[in-house]
Design a protein around this ligand. Structure first.
Ligand code: CA
Length: 526
């Protein structure tokens, strides 16, 4: 019997009280509570999903979730980078509250949604990319990649130690997830986090898809040649530019055979200004704009091919649910830890508060709750995910979680008191890719960004300028709007309790925890 006292005690919550929304014992209704499958890929931009109107690829299996469930068109990460987004998702809290503003180690002793679900009788599992620097807590079963992990024949860690599994990482993570479902206890609902590594840089596709886009012309985004006129220094200074910053490794150029070890690595890390390619059997050196265009194609060919495998595997998992008779009692979510620049504004990567970077795909099939084919325009944020899982499990949302359950939005309607703005903050400065720290507010119509270390502002009218090309912060005619947005920004900052805790002193980058020598090392055939 789970009593509330035992429940709270068992997960060490102290005063952060959590209450069942009704009296519930272990023998009560667990079988009726829905299973939850949370599928999250890494760096998969919504505009590379056909259900979101992609111009560059087709994702028929992910689209199935949009057809059979609801598509959120305005779901955002509040700190657009892998590790902080993951910490926010499992805690329901902003980075300055959960202690993970950058790539530092997550303190796994704090309450997480996995712990709440586990204590409430859910069978919990986590498979794939974790990337939080400490071992997962709150999971009955877990198998994670060390750090970023690798695409081919990856190593995995679990409570039992290390093992290597031969095959392609996206297939393997799906296999592990299906094994978890198959081996679950029959008297418990399950909560599964299936976290793909793909399509994270450096974009290594599987054999099946690696040639899929090679002979296709991938349309260039309209802002590929953005000259950053009128914007702050941050865009010009950043080093995540498709034309300037992709390395030979990213572009899959082949090093000379005689180069070994550090020399080979050095060669691969060069950002080439001239490349020799083969056209109709003839070798040809390209440079300048011709090279730039080639780099964009080369980048997207591999990025999109990685996504094709994610899409196949989403299909495999959905088919499996059908076969096992689990479809009607299982919530399935597809998302990514943030968005990604697909050459938009001339960039790859994320971090910035511009739309392509912060926007997360968010598709939910929730039988009996989500309306098939519904589209939701309301502003959703990644701190909402944990409260949504709690709500789905029939649990009250702890008062210290900062998000709000998305369940009332699943039919496509929006409650009258739903948020009309949200707060964003990116900390790393001068971080990877020299992306400068900033914070800001996005409303339903505008965005205000403050690069606080440089004291520079940007403002965009998202209705008139959805591509965020015209910084109107210094437009005298917009002065009143700027002032209103600044007031909203500081109101939100206070509401989410951001006291600049990590503005100057950021925790150090974490390394993966020191692990015991592998107790067994096996290579499994797939
Ligand atoms: Ca990511």
């Amino acid at each position: 019997m789970i009593t509330r006292r035992n429940f709270v005690k068992s997960i060490g919550l102290g005063s952060a009280a959590v209450l069942f929304s009704r009296d519930m014992s272990a023998a009560d209704t667990p079988a009726k509570r829905p299973n939850i499958i949370y599928i999250m890929s890494d760096d998969h931009a919504a505009h590379a999903i056909s259900a979101y109107g992609s111009r560059i690829n087709q994702t028929p299996n992910i689209d199935r979730l949009a057809r059979e469930g609801v598509r959120f068109d305005h779901c955002y990460a509040v700190n657009s980078i892998c590790t902080p987004s993951r910490a926010t998702i499992i805690t329901g809290k902003y980075s300055h509250i959960n202690g993970v503003p950058v790539f530092n180690k997550f303190d796994g002793s704090q309450p997480t949604v996995a712990k709440y679900m586990q204590a409430a009788g859910y069978h919990t599992g986590m498979f794939g990319k974790w990337h939080l620097g400490s071992d997962p807590t709150g999971f009955d079963k877990w198998t994670i990649l060390p750090g970023q992990g690798v695409y081919h024949n990856p190593s995995f860690f679990g409570p039992e130690g290390q093992r290597e599994i031969s095959g392609y990482v996206t297939d393997i993570i799906t296999d592990l997830s299906m094994e978890f479902i198959k081996s679950r206890p029959s008297d418990k609902p399950f909560f599964l986090m299936c976290h793909h590594k793909a399509p994270h840089r450096n974009w290594e596709p599987d054999e099946k898809h690696k040639s899929m886009f090679v002979d296709k012309h991938i349309p260039e985004p309209e802002t590929l040649y953005d000259d950053y006129a009128g914007r702050t220094d941050a865009l010009r200074e950043n080093q995540q530019k498709v034309f300037d910053d992709l390395t030979r490794r990213d572009l899959k150029l082949e090093p000379p055979a005689d180069l070994k070890g550090p020399e080979r690595n050095k060669w691969l890390s060069v950002k080439p200004v001239e490349v020799e390619i083969e056209v109709n059997g003839q070798k040809k050196k390209i440079t300048g704009n011709e090279l730039n265009k080639w780099k964009y194609q080369r980048y997207q060919q591999d990025y999109l091919a990685c996504i094709q495998s994610v899409d196949d595997n989403v299909g495999r998992l959905l088919d499996f649910l059908d076969k096992e008779g689990l479809k009607d009692n299982t919530i399935v979510i597809y998302t990514s830890d943030q968005g990604f620049f697909l050459g938009d504004h001339g960039m790859y990567d994320k971090r910035f508060m511009y739309e392509e970077s912060i926007k997360m795909p968010f598709l939910v099939r929730w039988p009996g709750v989500a309306k098939a084919g519904a589209v939701q325009d309301a502003l959703a944020i990644n701190p909402d995910f944990a409260p949504t899982f709690m709500d789905a499990a029939g649990l009250s949302v702890p008062s210290d979680m900062q998000g709000r359950s998305l369940k009332p939005l699943m039919g496509g309607e929006r409650p009258a008191d739903w948020r009309k703005s949200f707060y964003y903050r990116y900390y790393h400065d001068p971080g990877d890719h020299n992306t400068r720290a900033h914070y800001g507010v996005r409303t339903e119509t505008h965005k205000l960004i403050y690069f606080w270390k440089k004291d520079q502002w940007e403002m965009y009218d998202l209705q008139k300028d959805p591509e965020e090309l015209k910084n109107i912060c210094n437009d005298p005619a917009r002065k009143e709007v700027v002032e209103k947005l600044k007031a909203e920004l500081y109101r939100l900052k206070k509401e989410v309790k951001d006291d600049d805790q990590f503005a100057d002193a950021q925790p150090p980058h974490s390394v993966d925890p020191i692990r015991p020598k592998p107790v067994k090392k096996s290579v499994e055939k797939k």
